[in-house]
Each structure stands twice: as C-alpha cells, then as structure tokens.
Write a protein that binds this ligand. Sequence first.
Ligand SMILES: [Zn+2]
Length: 91
Amino acid sequence: MQNRIHYIEKDINYDHEARSEMARKNISGVPAFFIGEDIVVGLDKEKILKLVDHRVVECQVCHTKVRVPINKANIIAKCPKCKSKIEINHR
Ligand SMILES: [Zn+2]
C-alpha cells in the first residue's frame, strides 16, 4: 500500500498460528487485516485506511477502550460508557 502503513504479512499456508487465529475469529476470507481489535476481510482499502486513522485509547475512569481519530491535533472524545472526557494531545 502506498499510504505508508506498517504491517506484518502472514501467509496462512505456512503460518499455522495465523491460520488458527483466523479460525478462532471465524474468518474464512483472505486477505484479512487485523487493525487493533478490528478485522477487515478483503482488500477494502477505504475501510482499512479509516481504521488505521484511528487509535484506541483507554478511558481513565472506567477503562473502556475508545477508538479516536488521529487526524486532528487535539481530540476530545467522550467515553461511551461513563461519559467522561478523554483528551488526546498529539504533538
Ligand atoms: Zn469511561
């Protein structure tokens, strides 16, 4: 991909661990992309880039994992669970 995404390629024909991970997650199609806790099956570039544009942060109050976009310098997100504010400052 030309968007400078760092990724690890695993060949399930040779990588038994990757194959069993896919089986565990009920994925039958290839290619499958694991982005954080999300999985995109098939080369859905738009979807992949959207996920890559985000970062998972943890709510400091209830420790819920919240996905926030990283395309802005300062982000204030709201925890979906406890509604507390999550502030992220990028450099
Ligand atoms: Zn919370």
